[in-house]
Design a protein around this ligand. Structure first.
Ligand code: PGA
Length: 210
């Protein structure tokens, strides 16, 4: 799964050196980044757009997604600082002006969230500040000393921008993710399970590793 996802990112950069990538954080993509940094790629014209970031967290905080990306990818490749993007007020406008994302890699939460689009998020939702679901706060508390330290809000790319990505690869690992994957991709399309909205995307691949 990780090797495949990394090879698709690498092929995308090789075939379109100025591609726009939507990139995830979390435990699942670590293997993909480990594989990806082994490729000899020119990232100098690539633009990256992270899916999300916690609210009110220092970029230097070890659990910030800025830090995660620096550690797992940015410090290993020749990506230009100005080409690195995290959600801000202009996110949707910027991504649209770039011709939309060429490839987005997604993880999935236990409640079917993608990025931080929690259940109930609209199909047309834009980049915005969201309140994290209790389930997400509990799941992410494994990265913090106590659950109280987990930020309660975050900024996330909206479902609209994710759906407009030309290609999507969703990766999920662990037997605890199987039921939600099954519900999202074999069940009904519903805002109760945000990832289910990807069923109708013309170019999506879903990978699961137990
Ligand atoms: P995980 O997170 O890879 O750390 O399980 C996935 C997600 O919540 O999107």
């Amino acid at each position: 799964m990780s090797e495949y996802a990394a090879s698709v990112v690498a092929e995308t950069i090789e075939s379109k050196p100025d591609c726009k990538l939507g990139l995830p954080t979390g435990s699942t993509p670590i293997g993909m980044y480990k594989n990806l940094i082994q490729f000899d790629l020119d990232w100098s014209n690539v633009k990256t757009f992270n899916l999300d970031e916690y609210e009110n967290i220092s970029h230097a905080h070890p659990e910030s997604y800025h830090m995660y990306m620096r550690k797992n990818l940015f410090s290993h490749v020749n990506l230009k600082e100005k080409n690195i993007h995290f959600p801000n007020n202009e996110y949707d406008k910027t991504i649209k002006a770039e011709g939309n994302l060429d490839l987005t890699i997604l993880g999935i939460g236990h409640n079917g969230h993608i990025a931080f689009n929690e259940p109930g998020s609209a199909l047309t939702s834009k980049t915005r500040k969201v309140k994290l679901a209790e389930e997400t706060i509990q799941a992410n508390s494994r990265f913090f000393k106590t659950v109280d330290e987990v930020p309660k809000h975050a900024f996330t790319m909206g479902l609209q921008t994710i759906r407009e990505s030309k290609r999507i690869i969703l990766i999920a690992s662990g037997s605890d993710k199987w039921d939600i994957l099954d519900e999202c991709f074999n069940g009904n399309v519903t805002t109760d399970r945000p990832a289910s909205m990807l069923q109708v995307h013309p170019k999506i691949e879903v990978f699961y590793a137990s």
